[in-house]
Design a protein around this ligand. Structure first.
Ligand SMILES: CC(C)(COP(=O)(O)OP(=O)(O)OC[C@H]1O[C@@H](n2cnc3c(N)ncnc32)[C@H](O)[C@@H]1OP(=O)(O)O)[C@@H](O)C(=O)NCCC(=O)NCCS
Length: 172
């Protein structure tokens, strides 16, 4: 599987490579970033590597997945954004997480918007969902900006979350 590279005005979305482990592990070790992801725990460097390998393997199995996001102007690793649908997930999720230096620039929305466009063009999903812990206001704002709306409350792996959804037809 060759992971496609996408472009937006300010960002490159590309497949993960092993050299990303340094900035990726830093993100996964940051409690403020991890607070609302999964069980809310930070990850060791070893577990971050396993997570990175999973994100690459997800593409092989599903033919879609998460991209590493790079800032065009600096070439720096910004975070991970893209599609996620592991076994047992309630739908194809569009997800976002950025290193803190890149918050407040509109990058998550820009990359998520491109991911949604690619997702509707390249998967048969009727809707793209996002699972967001209700206290995660910044993430809910990204969800709203890409056109998702609240669908229902859900408990996923023991964590209470809200399911936001965007239907294929509403994207035109
Ligand atoms: C969720 C997360 C990605 C949101 O990041 P964010 O920077 O708030 O979102 P965006 O990248 O879309 O940026 C929007 C902000 O940039 C501002 N901005 C500045 N310049 C901008 C520009 N040129 N274009 C658009 N927005 C711009 C917007 O006004 C907005 O700020 P505001 O929220 O104060 O109004 C980030 O908080 C994060 O990584 N959190 C940890 C991981 C996480 O919780 N992920 C989600 C799990 S469900």
């Amino acid at each position: 599987m060759i992971i496609p590279t996408l472009e937006t005005d300010r960002l490159i979305l590309r497949g993960f490579k092993e050299q990303d482990i340094e900035p990726y592990a830093q993100m996964c070790a940051d409690s403020e970033i991890m607070k609302y992801i999964g069980t809310g725990q930070t990850l060791s460097r070893e577990d971050s590597w396993r997570g990175l390998a999973m994100l690459i393997g997800h593409w092989e199995l599903r033919k879609f997945g998460m991209w590493a996001v790079e800032e065009k102007s600096s070439g720096q690793f910004v975070g991970r954004v893209g599609l996620y649908n592991p076994e047992g997930w309630p739908g194809i999720e569009v997800g976002w997480a950025l290193a803190k230096d890149y918050w407040g620039k509109g990058y998550a929305t820009e990359a998520a918007h491109r991911s949604v466009q690619w997702g509707f063009e390249n998967t048969s999903a009727d809707a793209l969902i996002s699972l967001i812990i209700p206290e995660n206001t910044a993430s809910i704002n990204v969800s709203r900006r890409i056109g998702q709306s609240f669908s229902r409350a859900i408990t996923i792996k023991g964590v209470k979350a809200s399911l936001y959804s965007l239907n294929r037809r509403t994207t035109g």
